[in-house]
Each structure stands twice: as structure tokens, then as C-alpha cells.
Design a protein around this ligand. Structure first.
Ligand SMILES: NC(=O)c1ccc[n+]([C@@H]2O[C@H](COP(=O)([O-])OP(=O)(O)OC[C@H]3O[C@@H](n4cnc5c(N)ncnc54)[C@H](OP(=O)(O)O)[C@@H]3O)[C@@H](O)[C@H]2O)c1
Length: 323
């Protein structure tokens, strides 16, 4: 496993973590083929393999994910960094304090290592939220403050409203296909030692190579993801083929190439969402090789040649939901 510093905290986090949205998901969300036991086994396997970063949120299954994470890490609490998130409707001063108390109870821990604002809320001043966050740090209920889905402007404003703490991370969507973070956030993060926690690092499973226009996932989360539109899956095939070629030459899986590509940057931590221990095992061993410059160049070239169907296709989503 490869480790990197979380922000400037001195905490060493594994560059591959575990995402636990799936842990709390209703059966219609991420699918029905796995359950609580699978997730607990997956998290415990992750810790055995040296993964120490676990991401959850109060929103995932209305607290179910936090409860499962709590059960899974009970015996190994000191070995893991627990990151959870407060939902944007709870960002008023008292709302943050109450949400944190509930998360601590569900997780069964005394302190949350990284407490993140899940999404910005334009109706609540960030200074109010951050006052509550700093109080939580002073009271020892959280160790560090992070944000998620913040633009650069929102991140800077959030930093400016903190008095004694610093923002250590911004959790944003980042994978080979969805690279908005590279425009402003990554250069800023690198310069200011802020960790970018990449969510959907496998583009919700698309970069594993197991889906194409003839093999679509059947869950609601991905039915509403425009990347899983049949036309987009078709257009993405050259990328999937290249990932398969590189992977087979190296005795790896396409998912491992996709993860390795992201963690080339030491300021990036990835949190692939998992349903079973085998997925964790695969994701963990995405760190034991390094893509060559030529391989990275080939991936970039293929990506440049792909044009995806974007907003106009949103009209197709209601149709797919009915199918
Ligand atoms: N802050 C936010 O707003 C936000 C938003 C989204 C997600 N997140 C966080 O980020 C995490 C990851 O994002 P994500 O779940 O959207 O997408 P992801 O990690 O790109 O994809 C997860 C899916 O990929 C498949 N998978 C994972 N590892 C695999 C492997 N080794 N081999 C084959 N398939 C594999 C699994 O689905 P199948 O087996 O069904 O294909 C899994 O459900 C979430 O769990 C959550 O913690 C945060």
C-alpha cells in the first residue's frame, strides 16, 4: 500500500481508501446482490491489507452506512481514519453540532478523524458552519475539517472563514473520464497541501471494463448517470479496450489501471466504493506498480479522441428508468 499525508495533518493515509455509499444504499440504489455482511467483510479485509481511509456520510442510507462502518472497525479503531460528512441541510451552527453527535453515536467512536461538508449550501453562511466545525475540533469531537464538492472559489472562502483550523481536503468527482478537478482544484491543492479525495474513481464501475452498450448495470444510481447511456458506453469503448490491453500486459485489471492512473499524484486519495471483499483486494493491489509515461500518454491520446453525449441526452434518462 502507498501512503500520503492527509493535508498538513501529519496523518498518513493510504492512497486507496474505501467508499461506503454502497454500504448504506437501499436495494434500489446500488443493487440487491450484496448485504451488510459483505460490506463488513470488505472493510475488515481492507484494514488487513493496509487500507486505513474509510469514507462514509450521514446521508448514506440515513445513517445505515455509518452504523455498518462502526461495526466493521470496532476492533481496529486505532488503525483507521474515519471520514464522514454532514449533509447541507444541517449546516447551520446548531445543525452541525447535532449532526456530529448523531454520527459519533452511529459510528460508535469518540472522535471523527475527518468531518467533511458534503455539499456547499448557498443559503447558510459558511462562516457559521465553520464556527461550529472549529468548536467541534476544540471539544475533541472531530480531528480535522474537510469539504466536498466545493469549487475553488468556495474552498478559498471556506478557508478564509476558519480562525484556528485549516481545511485539509476537498472530496470531488475525479476519474479518467471526468477530469474537471484538474482545471483549478488540483493545482491549488498541490500548491497548498490540500488532499483531493477522488470519488467515483472507477466512474461508478464503468472503468472496470465489465459494462458496455450490451451489458448495462441494472441499478438506479447508474441508470441516471449519463456515462451509462448506451451511446456513451459505445463511444467509450476505445478507452476500455486500451485499459484492457495495458492491464493484460501487466497482469492487472482495468480497474487497477484506472486507480493507478489517479494516484500518480501524491495529493490524490481514491475511495472506490465496494460491495465485496474481492473488490477491495483488487483495489488494494492497484498500488504495487507504476504506469509508464508512454502508457499515460496513450491513455491521454485515446481520451482526447472521445466525445461524449452530454446534456441533450438527459432526455433519455426518464426512458431508461422505465426500462
Ligand atoms: N462526496 C460526494 O458527493 C460523493 C458522491 C459519490 C460518491 N462518494 C463517495 O465515493 C465512493 C466511491 O464513488 P462511487 O461509488 O460513486 O463510484 P466508484 O467508486 O467509481 O464505483 C463503485 C462501483 O464500482 C464497482 N467496483 C468497485 N471496485 C471494483 C472492482 N475491484 N472490480 C469490479 N468492480 C468494482 C462496484 O459496483 P458493481 O460491482 O455493481 O459494478 C462499486 O459499487 C462512494 O462509496 C462514496 O463514499 C462521494
Amino acid at each position: 500500500m502507498i501512503f500520503t499525508e492527509l493535508g498538513k495533518t501529519g496523518l498518513k493515509t493510504s492512497q486507496v481508501g474505501v467508499g461506503c455509499w454502497q454500504a448504506g444504499s437501499k436495494s434500489w440504489g446500488w443493487g440487491k446482490e450484496y448485504g451488510e455482511r459483505d460490506i463488513i467483510e470488505a472493510i475488515r479485509t481492507a484494514v488487513e491489507l493496509g487500507i486505513n481511509f474509510i469514507d462514509t456520510a450521514e446521508m448514506y442510507g440515513d445513517g445505515k452506512s455509518e452504523r455498518i462502518v462502526g461495526k466493521a472497525i470496532k476492533e481496529v479503531r486505532e488503525r483507521v481514519i474515519i471520514a464522514t460528512k454532514v449533509w447541507p441541510t444541517h449546516l447551520a451552527y446548531n445543525g452541525v453540532l447535532k449532526a456530529c453527535k448523531r454520527s459519533l453515536e452511529r459510528l460508535g467512536v469518540d472522535v471523527i478523524d475527518l468531518y467533511q461538508i458534503h455539499w456547499p449550501n448557498p443559503f447558510i453562511p459558511i462562516s457559521q458552519t465553520m464556527r461550529a466545525m472549529e468548536r467541534l475540533v476544540k471539544e475533541g469531537k472531530i480531528r480535522h475539517i474537510g469539504v466536498s464538492n466545493f469549487s475553488l472559489r468556495q474552498l478559498i472562502k471556506a478557508q478564509e472563514s476558519l480562525k484556528s483550523e485549516e481545511i485539509v481536503s476537498n472530496q470531488v468527482k475525479y476519474n479518467m473520464i471526468e477530469r474537471d478537478a484538474e482545471k483549478e482544484l488540483l493545482p491549488y491543492a498541490e500548491k497548498n497541501k490540500i488532499t483531493i479525495i477522488a470519488y467515483s474513481p472507477l466512474a461508478q464501475g464503468l472503468l472496470t471494463g465489465k459494462y458496455d452498450q450490451y451489458h448495462l448495470p441494472d441499478d438506479t444510481v447508474r441508470k441516471v448517470n449519463i456515462l451509462f447511456d448506451r451511446e456513451n458506453l459505445k463511444r467509450l469503448q476505445p478507452l476500455i479496450s486500451l485499459l484492457k490491453t495495458i492491464a493484460s500486459k501487466r497482469g492487472k485489471k482495468p480497474s487497477q489501471i484506472a486507480i493507478n492512473w489517479l494516484i500518480r499524484r501524491p495529493e490524490v486519495v481514491v475511495i472506490p466504493g465496494v460491495k465485496r471483499a474481492e473488490q477491495v483486494k483488487e483495489n488494494a493491489s492497484a498500488t504495487d506498480f507504476r504506469l509508464t509515461d508512454d502508457e499515460v500518454k496513450m491513455i491521454d491520446e485515446v481520451l482526447r479522441s472521445i466525445r461524449l453525449v452530454k446534456l441533450s441526452s438527459m432526455l433519455r434518462i426518464p426512458l431508461r428508468l422505465l426500462t
